[in-house]
Design a protein around this ligand. Structure first.
Ligand SMILES: [Fe+2]
Length: 177
């Protein structure tokens, strides 16, 4: 089966619609961190980068009077739940392997523990941990990481480079198996 690439995922209109809200810069940056962390931790970089790219696609726009309403967001946010569903639907539409779609969806669901009452950190799988840590690495106070800019062409360039690195890694892995 032909691999669904990060570029395929990024170009889809659903991704374009939802990534505008949480920021393309943040999504692409976190995908880059996730690749490096995944390779170090023995996690599949294809799964890690897809989860990272899509981790915030569940965001709703919490605007009030033209400004992000952080208090309302903190109280009512369920972006990880929405994102898990959206990421799954998107990947299935792109013809992604169902197990990959599930793993990515669950990693998106568990990337933040802001609404979960139990100590989730210790229970995360290696993949889920990589995605959560890659996200934390790019976070700034008051959600400022969502406002960093990146052109579409720059995002495509970076994702294409990541795709090449992932394919090279997966080929080497196959040869060792
Ligand atoms: Fe994030």
């Amino acid at each position: 089966m032909k691999r669904v690439t990060l570029v395929d995922v990024f170009k889809h209109r659903i991704t374009q619609k939802y990534l505008q809200r949480s920021g393309i810069n943040h999504a692409v940056t976190v995908a880059g961190y996730a690749f490096d962390m995944a390779v170090k931790k023995g996690v599949d970089p294809d799964l890690a980068t897809k989860s990272a790219l899509l981790h915030d696609m569940g965001h709703y726009e919490w605007y009030r009077d033209g400004k992000w309403d952080y208090d309302e967001y903190r109280k009512s946010d369920i972006h990880a739940i929405k994102g898990a569903e959206r990421a799954h639907k998107l990947l299935i539409r792109l013809g992604e392997d169902r197990l990959v779609a599930k793993e990515v969806s669950v990693a998106v669901l568990l990337h933040t523990d802001s609404y979960l009452p139990f100590g989730l950190e210790e229970k995360r799988t290696a993949l889920q941990d990589v995605v959560a840590k890659a996200d934390e690495k790019d976070e700034q106070p008051m959600g400022l990481h969502h406002y960093k800019q990146m052109d579409r062409s720059e995002a495509l360039k970076r994702l294409h480079e990541l795709d090449l690195k992932i394919e090279e890694f997966l080929e080497d892995d196959d040869e060792l198996a």
